[in-house]
Design a protein around this ligand. Structure first.
Ligand SMILES: C[S@@+](CC[C@H](N)C(=O)[O-])C[C@H]1O[C@@H](n2cnc3c(N)ncnc32)[C@H](O)[C@@H]1O
Length: 247
């Protein structure tokens, strides 16, 4: 259900946390990098070049997102279809990276243990995940889903200090864990619906028939817009967890 065109409608806004995450990484020579949930691969290529990495592997389970990745691949930047949870590494990575993807995977204590197991002894882990569940853009989606007889999407993202504890338990000697609020100036409140249609609502869409999703989207829009008010431009606040750890 991932639609790269819808996702990329707010490309610049969605890229900022990626750049903030990359800024946390220590540049080391000859890095082998894995990017989990790489999407179209455009940011994977930028990651590879920014770090001057030797080899970067992007993993994603969406064919539609990966279709675009051929434009960003090279001998050193490869992409493969695969599920994060089922991934098995055939060599250690110097950096395990994931931008805006791990909130789609459950049981984070187990997931992070697995990701850490892919690292070389002096490896680094860098992850960014949305944590905006208490914004009306997300809570109204849950309410409307329940009302229409569908399961609400419950995010697997933990309170931010939980990640500091996970990194500590996994033996990361150094860590940087923060919750950052990104303020996005959207032309009008209705753009919030377009924003979440490219991400959060894809989960609802794939679990509903076309008719059900149309009803869901209409009800969601009618319910959300009065809550957001009439400010133009509309200042959409979006919280994200950024974390980095190194052994
Ligand atoms: C919001 S997009 C982010 C893409 C890219 N990292 C970026 O920042 O532009 C999330 C991506 O995670 C992928 N994804 C979600 N769950 C996954 C899983 N279990 N295994 C592999 N990829 C997954 C989706 O297919 C999607 O391409």
């Amino acid at each position: 259900m991932w639609n790269p065109d819808q996702y990329e409608r707010f490309k610049a806004e969605r890229a900022q946390p990626f750049h903030d995450l990359v800024a946390l990484i220590e540049r080391r020579p000859r890095m082998h990098v894995a990017d989990f949930g790489c999407g179209t691969g455009e940011l994977t290529r930028i990651l590879h070049e920014t770090l001057g990495a030797t080899e970067t592997l992007g993993i994603d389970n969406s064919e539609t997102m990966l279709l675009k990745s051929s434009a960003f691949g090279s001998e050193a930047v490869r992409f493969a279809k695969g599920d994060i949870e089922a991934f098995a590494a055939d060599r250690p990575f110097d950096l395990v990276f994931s931008n805006a993807a791990l909130h789609w995977v459950g049981d984070h204590p187990t997931l992070f243990r697995k990701l850490a197991s892919f690292l070389a002894p002096d490896g680094q882990l860098a992850v960014q995940m949305p944590s905006n569940e208490d914004h009306a853009s997300h809570s109204v989606a849950r309410d409307v889903a329940r009302e229409l007889g569908h399961a609400p999407r419950i995010s697997s993202v933990l309170p931010v200090d939980g990640y500091a504890r996970i990194l500590h338990r996994l033996g990361f000697a150094r860590q940087h864990v923060k919750l950052q609020v990104y303020g996005h100036l959207l032309e009008e409140p209705r753009d919030v619906v377009e924003w979440v249609r490219g991400s959060l609502l894809t989960d609802y869409q794939q679990r509903m028939s076309d008719a059900e999703f149309t009803r869901f989207l209409d009800t969601y829009t009618q319910r959300l817009l009065p809550i957001l008010g009439d400010d133009r431009p509309y200042f959409y606040t979006y919280k994200r967890v950024l974390l980095w750890g190194s052994y």
